[in-house]
Design a protein around this ligand. Structure first.
Ligand SMILES: Cc1cc2nc3c(=O)[nH]c(=O)nc-3n(C[C@H](O)[C@H](O)[C@H](O)COP(=O)(O)OP(=O)(O)OC[C@H]3O[C@@H](n4cnc5c(N)ncnc54)[C@H](O)[C@@H]3O)c2cc1C
Length: 475
């Protein structure tokens, strides 16, 4: 017999976005049903942010040991036991998993249903033959999956994606990474630093969504690490003769072969809409994902869509941000809307690359007069002490000093961007940062140094340049 449920909110997908909506709605005492077809926690916990950052942390430990002699500390050459790296990665997932578990959500008052959800009509979702859900509002939070490019031979060749790479228990000898976006770049560097040979193949520009000047510093570090990055290439086909795999590149003269032992495909994401029967619910979809307005409503006004499935900036914090907007709209009827221009993102390479607000390129397209303020990690005393002098900050303001955006490339850029995320979101004037009192010596002073630059355009003059090092300590 079919069980009919009539909650206020039914959420499809228990990843970053769905869990946030479910937990918040339950906290307000609203009846909630959450449907998940696979692992609680979705991509971020199981195949994305968490395992990738755990892998990067392991790679960093090795790198720190290799670099320690410059500090007068000599350690043995680090040895990597990749099976133990695998255990570390899965140990981190296991440590975080209880936060996203069915038990925790049930404890909060959420009815969690394990199964695949699909729309029956505009107001009904079914899970198998047994459960029918007629909710006041639905939230689609079904995320995204790796998109495979149409390269002849790829589908028939064993390859890794973010869904399988963290299961490796043996270090790949030579990893070929197709795609130089944040996911490809982060994993390429982590595997290289753990000891694999790595070649990255990119059809366009690596880290294309980031400020090219700052991205170049990351790419230069990757090259110094020994990673081969081939950009602007076209892959004619993929071949394999186990245990080898080959990417055959088209070149003007002849074909060129890149041979490795493992292939990772990191060429973007496709929205998870298959099997939802969106047509039955009157929900419009385009190739990048479900179409939503700035209030995240779909073409069916009873249904919201959030996170990766909308094809917007595909990050966990964006899925959480979307969740907050849906809660405000669905529960409190507030007119909350997505502000794309205040969303930060970070590529967790070394050095890290962090962005919030407008890049210089976009700001120049939108405003007649902008100021670009810079400061280098090289001129920062803490960076010198830590031997982390590669990197800089670029702050973009309007002519009147309103902060439009910031890009940071350098150690801990992902932490340092927070100040600028606040500044951009609150539309602060650069004076607010220039007048901040910051503890000395900290990397955050790089940002303050850039902000002071707004008021001292003449600091480029030779005499003043000579006294800057003295001024620096007195901020
Ligand atoms: C390698 C990698 C590294 C990343 N690193 C970062 C990072 O450092 N920082 C960051 O912010 N973001 C990162 N991301 C992106 C981040 O993982 C995603 O943006 C985030 O998980 C999106 O959340 P979501 O709720 O939209 O979808 P998901 O977390 O993917 O959750 C969707 C859920 O819906 C379920 N589902 C799908 N269809 C159905 C159905 N019909 N019925 C029931 N359930 C269904 C799925 O099983 C899944 O559990 C990374 C991604 C990858 C791949």
């Amino acid at each position: 017999m079919t069980e009919v449920l009539t909650p206020d909110i039914c959420i499809i997908g228990a990843g970053s976005g769905g869990l946030s909506v479910a937990a918040a709605a339950a906290a307000f005492g609203v009846p909630v049903v959450l449907v998940e077809k696979a692992k609680m926690g979705g991509d971020c916990l199981n195949y994305g942010c968490v395992p990738s950052k755990a892998l990067i942390a392991a790679a960093e430990r090795g790198e720190l040991a290799r670099r320690s002699s410059a500090f007068g500390v000599t350690t043995m050459r680090p040895a990597v036991d990749f099976a133990k790296v695998h255990d570390h990665v899965h140990g981190v997932i296991a440590a975080i998993a209880p936060n996203d578990s069915k038990e925790r959500l049930t404890g909060l008052g959420v009815r969690v249903i394990e199964g695949t959800a699909r729309f029956k009509d505009r107001r009904t979702v079914v899970v198998g033959d047994e459960i029918e859900i007629k909710a006041r509002r639905f939230v689609i939070a079904t995320g995204s999956s790796p998109a495979l490019p149409r390269i002849p031979g790829l589908a028939d060749t064993p390859h890794l994606t973010n869904e399988t790479i963290f299961d490796l228990k043996q270090m790949p000898e030579h990893l070929i990474v197709i795609g130089a976006g944040p996911i490809g770049i982060e994993l390429a560097q982590a595997f290289r630093r753990l000891g694999a040979r790595v070649t990255v193949l990119e059809a366009a520009r690596p880290l294309a969504k980031d400020d090219p000047e700052c991205a170049a510093i990351v790419l230069d570090q990757l090259a110094r690490d020994g990673i081969q990055i081939r950009s602007g290439i076209e892959i004619a086909r993929i071949e394999s003769t186990p245990p080898k795999v080959r990417a055959v590149l088209k070149t003007p003269s002849a074909e060129e072969m890149v041979e490795g032992t493992h292939l990772l495909v990191a060429t973007g994401r496709r929205a998870n809409v298959d099997g939802l029967d969106l047509k039955a619910a009157g929900i419009k979809v385009e190739p990048r994902g479900i179409i939503v307005n700035r209030g995240l409503a779909t073409s069916n006004r009873h249904v919201f869509a959030i996170g990766d499935v909308t094809g917007a900036h595909q990050f966990t914090h964006v899925a959480n941000y979307h969740a907050g907007i849906v809660i405000r709209r669905a529960l409190f009827r507030l007119a909350a809307k997505v502000e794309e221009d205040v969303i930060p993102w970070v590529t967790y390479s070394h050095p890290e690359l962090a962005q919030v607000g407008l890049t210089e390129e976009i700001a120049r397209q939108r405003y007649r007069e902008i100021r670009v303020l810079r400061a280098s990690f090289h001129d920062n005393d803490r960076a010198q002490a830590e031997r982390e002098t590669r990197g800089h900050i670029k702050v973009i303001t309007m002519g009147n000093g309103t902060i439009l955006g910031a890009t940071i490339v350098g150690a801990h850029a992902g932490e340092l961007i927070s100040t600028w995320a606040l500044a951009v979101q609150q539309q602060l004037n650069i004076r607010a940062v220039a007048e901040l009192i910051l503890p000395y010596p900290t990397l955050a002073e790089v940002g303050k140094r850039a902000a002071i630059g707004y008021f001292t355009p003449k600091l480029t003059q030779p005499l003043l340049r000579r006294i800057i090092p003295f001024l620096r300590r007195f901020g």
